[in-house]
Design a protein. Sequence first.
Length: 185
Amino acid sequence: MMESNPWKINAEQLIYNNPWIELTEYDVINPNGGKGIYGKVHFKNIAVGVLVLDENLDTYLVGQYRFTLNAYSWEMPEGGCPVGSEPLDSAKRELLEETGLVAEEWTELMQLHLSNSVSDELAIIYLARKLHQGEAEPEETEQLVVKKIPFADMVKMVEEGIITDSMTVAAVYKVQLLLLQGKLN
């Protein structure tokens, strides 16, 4: 197994920069010695997601129109954690903002890299349990629909391709596995 970096960077140029992302283009020599370019999107926040599971094995979905996809998307509550901030605090904030829910019990389910061939975006996904309903506080950029459904229906939505958000898909399959293994009830 090769774990050292086989890429050589000859030059780099910042192409685009805003408060959330930056795009850099690299002049490279690839692992086989060929010249080329490589683009990298650097995310300035950590992505956080929260899969909610109540005592009846119901969960909450958030629906919204996603500008980047030009399509409507159903997903678990998600948002950004500024680098240097505590991801769990950001996850709690996002859950409250989007659903009005407050959870007493939090478990980190996983960390993953989203689209690691073009970006360095890190995602941390949590499971939230022991829920209390509060008041949702969506951001001005969010026009959300929140619905409570059985977790089994969420699994079906993933299997049927209705839910395509990668963080949600990964979280659903992880929780389904934990349920099947008897590690959650």
